[in-house]
Design a protein around this ligand. Structure first.
Ligand code: TAP
Length: 494
């Protein structure tokens, strides 16, 4: 174990725990070790939920739904505000838990926790603004009302790259809408979700409204998908697992699937080169590129191509890669596990084999402190083609490929040459170029002259194999409602 015991205290509180019906309890299932990806040390164990524990959690959520769904919106809003305040107040402890299981630098982890708090407050306010509609009818004496009713028990299944925010978006929207929730976080990052469950209890959110189960996705996640009392699945993860969930679900139920991507950046001839390099650096390498909206591939107008390649390479070489727990302000921490690192190496080898030019990185950092962790230098390859995996598949690692283009239509064609459609980026100053690209890029999110494609109060969702449904914004909340049409014959003239 780690020699800094003080940092382990918050983690040990959750050893082998499940959070069901408002209580933390020791799970009876198999233990699965959780490792710190920066050191390889075992930092704790989760208990894989058994079928009967899973049933108990869903039934607790089902019972709680009958009460929670009828609470006044202001009551639910107040609970979410309290939750946001508690999370904000304990952000550093929660960030340390997150860093120890996920690897990102602790300052970045703290930023994620604070964004979770922001999501609580945003959805608290939205909870009080859920309106219906009155629709004109063709016949006199009739009125059509459209009312919104919470769906029921939500099964939330989340990945490991943003263990707080990706749980939080589903949790906050569920609670605001009047739904109850059973959360199955990623096996690699279970403790952040349990810490969020603890905050829910402290915030006085009634028993059973929020439940956290752990275990393998193929077992516990799938059991949630299969459960007849789970009315909606809110899933974030890979396109392959999202498709599997959609195809394997034994009942008709609502689903939002937020899936993978292979996001392009287009840098046109009119772009501000320095701004484009800065944006590319941030969105290619933040969280080691383990972001669904990470820039995976860059198309640069030939007039700027060599300057862009050399400046991005130099900037990538200047980034620090360190254990994010001991170096809170590191640029990159450890990758979350061996799997994304292996895929990054495979995509790099494939690109180099097919003629790409290595501009920066290409290896793990050297030294004793990196020996047991999953570290890799931010890596830039140039002269790439669509024969290379880096330009066509999601790498989910600190690797970005660059290719030149001559005509804007060619850049559009290359950027859209993918089965994914989550986010695309543009740097340009010419208005015609900006308008053309924003209209023609076939993505759910297009960020122009910035690289923050998702903000809390605007809808965030993918197209094609990147998913269905939205998170964030009013649209993210509406995913948790049925719309009921009430057609009333009141018999009064018009
Ligand atoms: P996945 O392997 O798809 O896992 C996601 C979650 O699904 C985990 O909790 C996993 O459990 C669970 N799971 C696995 N098999 C399942 C099954 N048969 N039934 C139900 N649940 C199952 O993804 P990942 O590797 O954790 O995350 C990376 C992927 O997420 C990338 O593709 C990334 O682009 C995507 N992502 C998308 C977004 C948005 S907003 N579109 C945001 C972040 C990440 P285990 O952990 O136990 O396997």
């Amino acid at each position: 174990m780690n020699n800094n015991n003080a940092l382990f205290q918050p983690m040990s509180a959750f050893e082998g725990s499940l959070f069901i019906d408002g209580q933390f309890r020791e799970g009876s299932g198999n233990r699965i070790a959780v490792e710190n990806p920066a050191t390889g040390e075992v930092i704790g164990h989760i208990a894989e939920a058994t079928q009967s524990e899973m049933d108990e959690a869903v039934q607790a959520a089902h019972r709680a739904f009958a009460v929670w769904s009828r609470e006044l919106p202001r009551t639910r809003a107040n609970a979410l505000h309290r939750l946001g305040d508690l999370i904000r107040a304990d952000a550093m402890n929660m960030a340390q838990i997150l860093t120890m299981e996920q690897g990102k630098p602790v300052n970045e982890a703290k930023g994620e926790i604070l964004k979770l708090a922001e999501a609580c407050h945003f959805y608290a306010e939205e909870a009080t603004r859920v309106h219906g509609e009155i629709i004109p009818n063709d016949q006199p004496g009739y009125q059509s009302l459209v009312v919104r009713e919470p769906i029921g028990v939500v099964g939330a299944i989340t990945p490991w790259n943003y263990p707080a925010e990706l749980v939080g978006w589903k949790l906050c929207a569920s609670l605001a809408a009047g739904c109850t929730i059973v959360i199955k976080p990623a096996e690699l990052t279970p403790f952040t979700a349990l810490a969020i469950g603890k905050k829910c209890a402290e915030a006085g959110i009634p028993d059973g409204v929020v439940n956290v189960l752990n275990g393998r996705g193929s077992k516990v996640g799938q059991a949630l998908v299969d459960h007849p009392q789970v009315a909606k699945i809110a899933f974030t993860g890979s396109s392959a697992v999202g498709l599997h969930i959609q195809q394997s679900c034994p009942q008709v139920k609502r689903m939002s699937l937020e899936l993978g991507c292979n996001c392009p950046l287009v840098v046109t001839a009119s772009a501000d080169l320095q701004a484009a390099v800065k944006g590319a650096l941030r969105r290619s390498f933040r969280n080691c590129g383990q972001i669904c909206i990470a820039i995976n591939r860059i198309y640069v107008h030939r007039s700027l191509y060599e300057a862009f390649v050399s400046e991005l390479g130099a900037a990538a070489d200047g980034l620090t890669v360190l254990n994010g727990l001991h170096n809170p302000a590191a640029d990159l921490g450890a990758m979350s596990s061996a799997e994304p690192l292996t895929k990054t190496r495979a995509h790099l080898a494939d690109a180099l084999d097919k003629g790409a030019r290595l501009v920066a990185g290409g290896m793990a950092p050297e030294g004793e402190e990196y020996a047991k962790g999953h570290f890799f230098r931010p890596t830039v390859v140039a002269d790439c083609t669509h024969q290379m995996l880096v330009m066509t598949e999601e790498t989910f690692g600190p690797l970005v490929g660059i290719a030149p283009f001559d005509e804007l239509a060619e850049a559009v064609q290359l950027a859209n040459d993918t089965s994914y459609g989550l986010a695309a980026y543009v740097y340009a100053s010419d208005l015609t170029e900006i308008h053309t690209l924003s209209a023609q890029l076939d993505y759910g999110n297009v960020a122009i002259n910035n690289v923050d494609a998702g903000i809390m109060n605007a809808p965030y969702g993918g197209r094609k194999q990147s998913g269905v449904g939205y998170e964030h914004g009013r649209e993210g909340l509406l995913e948790y409602f049925h719309f009921k049409h009430v057609r009333l014959h009141h018999g009064v003239g018009n």
